[in-house]
Design a binder for this molecule. Structure first.
Ligand code: NAG
Ligand code: NAG
Ligand code: NAG
Length: 251
């Protein structure tokens, strides 16, 4: 019984430690949150560009700043702003369509942790030989474990009706727990840890009891008193029933 509970708890612990599951669970929540704050009419064909895979246009330079945040600290679940600077050194004006970003595991870029909400721009153009700065506000999942992650930010734009994209940032961010609060999750984990220890203690206790019962019961089995089980033997040891059964065997 204790073993079974233990297994369920370990499985629960495993699930909690698996960051991808958290992300999937909260993804829609965050998207709904941020989308409400976007202003303006959004082009209907924007979905064709976001998440696409285009080449960077020649003559477009990008730069990225984290204002007042050189350590690139990102509190989990809270909005963080970065600025994307675009310089158009080409001949034609460019239209910014969207800025999007993804969070990856730093040691393996194939592991996508979260697709961040794309910021769509309406009628944001950069004429030739000019620079412009665009804000990108994002929030990583509040269920993300604190630590270092890689952020890959992309800006999608259009020149002469052709789509392009440039990566403006591909580097680490430091995800920290939001606010000074102890998260519900860490309280839960501590509670879980304590109950695991208690369960382990109970289980070990139970194992010892079983072993000692077995060693006591062993000689009785050889006597061949078929109907009496180990626990009954223990209760009846030294009683009249026990004596009479050994007597009857001698006959
Ligand atoms: C993230 O976006 C990409 C492309 O838009 C998509 O293929 C992928 O399934 C998304 N992943 C998650 C976890 O939403
Ligand atoms: C786009 O911007 C230009 C100049 O900034 C303006 O003349 C034009 O009316 C704008 N178009 C829309 C659809 O907002
Ligand atoms: C970002 O950098 C990583 C490691 O340096 C690289 O594997 C990955 O392809 C880069 N991604 C982009 C979109 O440039």
């Amino acid at each position: 019984m204790a073993m079974k509970i233990l297994r369920v708890f370990f499985f629960g612990l495993l699930l909690l430690q698996f960051p991808l599951l958290h992300v999937v669970r909260c993804q829609s929540e965050i998207e709904a949150d941020v989308e409400g704050s976007e202003l303006g009419i959004v082009r209907e064909d924007v979905q064709d560009f976001v998440g696409g895979n285009f080449k960077p246009a020649p003559g477009v330079e990008t730069i990225c700043f984290f204002p007042k945040n050189s350590a690139k600290v990102v509190p989990a679940g809270e909005k963080t702003q970065l600025l994307v600077g675009m310089e158009n050194v080409g001949e034609s004006p460019l239209n910014i369509i969207a800025i999007e970003a993804r969070v990856h595991l730093p040691f393996d870029h194939r592991m996508l942790v979260q697709n961040l909400t794309a910021q769509v721009f309406d009628n944001a153009s950069v004429p030739p030989s000019t620079q412009a700065t665009f804000p990108y506000i994002f929030a990583v999942s509040k269920f993300l474990q604190p630590g270092t992650f890689d952020l890959v930010g992309t800006v999608v734009y259009e020149i002469n009706q052709s789509p392009y994209q440039s990566t403006f940032y591909n580097g680490t961010i430091e995800v920290v727990e939001a606010g000074g609060f102890v998260s519900v999750e860490s309280v839960f984990l501590v509670t879980l840890g304590i109950s695991l220890l208690v369960l382990l203690g109970l289980w070990i206790h139970g194992q010892f009891k079983r072993i000692s019962q077995k060693t006591k019961a062993a000689p009785k089995v050889e006597v061949g008193t078929g109907t009496t089980d180990a626990s009954m033997d223990e209760w009846l040891q030294g009683t009249a029933y026990n004596q009479s059964s050994s007597k009857s065997k001698k006959k």
